[in-house]
Design a protein around this ligand. Sequence first.
Ligand code: DGT
Ligand code: CA
Ligand code: CA
Ligand code: ZN
Length: 590
Amino acid sequence: MVTVVKTKADYNTALRNIFHQMSACYRYLGPAERFRAIAYEVASRTLTNLQRDVSEYAGDIQSLDKLKGIGESIAEKIIEYIHTGKIKTFEALKRKVPMELLELMDMNGMGPATVKVLHDQLGIKNREDLAAAIAAGKLESIRGIGARKIANMQRGLKMHKTALNRMLLWDALKTGHELLLVIKTLPGVKKAELAGSLRRRKETIGDIDIVVQAEKIARKGLTNTLVKSGIVSRVISRGDTRVSIILRSEMQADIRIVDKHEFGAAMLYFTGSRDHNVKLRTLAGNKGYKLNEYGLFSVETGAYLAGKTEEEIYDRLGLQYIEPELREEKGEIEKAAKNKLPVLVTVNQIKGDMQMHSRWSDGEEQIEDIAQFIRRAFPHYEYIVITDHSPSERVAHGLQPSDFTRQFKEIDKINTKLGFKFIKKGVEVDILADGQLDLPDTLLKQFDWVVAAIHSGFTHDNTARLIKACNHPYVNCIGHPSGRIIGSREAYAVNWEQLFLSAAATNTCMEINAQPSRLDLWDDLIRMALNKGVCLTISTDAHALTQYEFMQLGVWTARRGGCRRKDILNTRCWNEIEDWKMKKRAVLPA
Ligand code: DGT
Ligand code: CA
Ligand code: CA
Ligand code: ZN
């Protein structure tokens, strides 16, 4: 059989998905297959984080075997897939297990046992069946499925719908930049920029908006060349000043072509948000102006007053320039009118990364390789914090106390080589169901930085657990505080006001986790946290070298929440962080 030709990175993605599905199959098959389920999930994670394509290792089983989490049997399956495009074991599993049901398992509140009951008792095979069964009230008759579980399923179904229609910011930005590059090389293009939700750095993106500056005579040729380029799959509509296309990546893009004197007005209009625009137009009206995508005009004379740049329009309206991340109609216009906009934090102010995983737990790289990579790629960083998992995180290879002690020695050694304490000793410690941590205090006090996080009990209200963690003298930060995964898992219930108050009172940080599908905390919660006096950190939670650049994503998220430099702890040098830690010690002596 001939293998389908794939681009390089495709094997990692394809196999990652297959192993994830295989793991779900084994979970479905019950406790007897538990270890296989774990093994395939670990392999799936390894592939997610792998930098090189797995096919580069495929020459021999041994080099695959060396990858963490890939044993001989899984290595054989990888090679089988690369050679034949199939995995026989997976094909057999698919015959044994209702595949569509497996996807349901990824949804909120759906364990394998529930899926099995739904399948065996009600014949539910897919999402549509489930939605219909819920609507018909059939689930209520089943033992063990209560109102809360049903509500969770409904939310899961709804979320899946939105997940299908919108893309994660990080993925959409890649596509947007690719398209922008193509557009910038088209004949007659003077300037082109991203607008819309992409420019506002919203966490999910509906479609790509681009504003192009080009002279009238060049426009036809320009759009002709564009729609024929390889990146475009089909054209939805096309006129003199706009083109809407579907890209090969399935995303839609709206492109507007304008004159030089309209460029700023068009950027302002198409950056949005809609609500921000509406408010600006009202404000303009009150001042005797008319604002639209062509410019700012005098109502009385119709004269053009501004439009070349956004700055001159805001200025004419008596406003400070408003950064795109803030344009959501959440008080930014009132602040701009009073000259009270915050000066937002920038990525080059970040002095170090506060959460990451090494090969000791579920990360891809050795600590030394991480450190060397970061010294090269982020030369201005003054520190990084290694935060591997604690024992309860079994799938993620949580470390035992004795492992941490050995890890400390390794870190000391590397730091000695580097000549300073670049690598800080940290941990992502599990917050157990009762709010206790799963490592002893005698160990916890030896870390430079302790991140506490929840990895279980997502369907409960977790306020009490989180507050208990804040009140632990050795906890410095709450990791991914809401637990949400964009598009697949909702945030658990938390009384945020209460939590932020106790975080502020105990000098415990809240993390802005910069993983593209987390962005946790996010804008509204960040703003609330700042109002309560909470200090924040931004961290990548990187599991592979390719993920350290997520820092930028975290900073955009912080900016959307209105963070200034001083609101983010890791814009400070480590000595200042030590000072800050002492503040907790003052309120909560160990
Ligand atoms: P998305 O694509 O759903 O992630 O979000 P946006 O904000 O990119 O929305 P989109 O693509 O529909 O429109 C881009 C911008 O254009 C939007 O933020 C504001 C502006 N815009 C579009 N339609 C209207 C409208 O009917 N009224 C006003 N005031 N502005 C509009
Ligand atoms: Ca858009
Ligand atoms: Ca659009
Ligand atoms: Zn975590």
